[in-house]
Design a protein around this ligand. Structure first.
Ligand code: 1Q0
Length: 217
């Protein structure tokens, strides 16, 4: 379990948390997953207020899942898979309509939103890890977005996001904000973090795909 170190973001926390996300039989532990997201949000907030529209939505979705975790009984294994099965059995998942309030939102569709964002993160970090010292974070971010989240966002959000990307700090500032040492040390930590993140992503993707849940409104 990653202990968050004060208010400061440490790339290492994210690595530890995502590594702890999967049990031996590939059950995805929701508490660890949400803890990983919270560390990422902390990082994003340290980059400035332009991204508050992104973090507000992500924080909201984390909150929905945390509330559901608290409501679950003592016998609940606390995995994403268990949550989805329970909701499907109770017919809590709406396949036709988006929820009009947070309390209506199923954990299944809420998790899917974070899961899609995890693909963005993975594609972005892959680019960052392979980037030259003068690489532009705004371009890396925009490309990763286009290949992932943008495909699920309406035109208006895509426009706002593309403007926000221009305000991203430089690669140098990014690396420093990760608090993981020299550039080489940041890169080797990213090299370690990416497979962990990818495994978590792949387990969820396969599960949602097998159960025909990838297009939930
Ligand atoms: C650091 C740069 C951050 C750039 C983030 C890229 C994503 C931008 C676009 C997001 C716009 C979100 C506005 C709301 C959208 C919702 O409509 C949408 C759908 O929800 P719903 O309920 O209407 O169906 N929500 C989502 O798609 C969820 C989006 C959450 C995005 C969360 C991204 C947070 C990322 C934070 C980590 C940054 C760390 C970077 C490097 C870390 C190094 C380890």
């Amino acid at each position: 379990m990653a202990e968050e170190q004060g208010e400061e973001f440490h790339l290492h926390d994210v690595l530890v948390t995502f590594k702890a996300c999967l049990s031996q039989d590939n059950e995805l532990r929701l508490d660890e997953y949400l803890r990983g997201w919270k560390a990422l949000i902390k990082f994003m907030n340290s980059l400035g207020t332009v991204f508050s529209f992104v973090s507000t939505d992500a924080v909201n979705k984390i909150g929905i899942l945390e509330r559901l975790r608290k409501q679950s009984g003592p016998g609940d294994p606390g995995s994403m898979q268990a949550m989805v099965w329970a909701e499907l059995t109770a017919k809590r998942v709406n396949f036709k309509m988006a929820p009009s309030t947070d309390t209506e939102a199923s954990g299944t569709r809420t998790f899917l939103r974070l899961h899609r964002a995890l693909l963005w993160l993975r594609l972005f970090l892959e680019r960052l890890q392979n980037s030259a010292p003068d690489g532009r974070t705004s371009i890396m971010c925009a490309e990763a977005y286009k290949e992932s989240l943008a495909q699920h966002h309406p035109w208006f959000i895509q426009k706002v996001a593309s403007v926000a990307f221009y305000t991203l700090p430089s690669r140098k500032v990014f690396f420093e904000a990760m608090h993981a040492g020299t550039d080489d040390e940041v890169i080797s930590l990213l090299q370690e973090a990416l497979p962990a993140l990818t495994m978590v992503y792949d387990v969820a993707q396969k599960f949602y795909e097998q159960n025909d849940l990838l297009d939930l409104p």
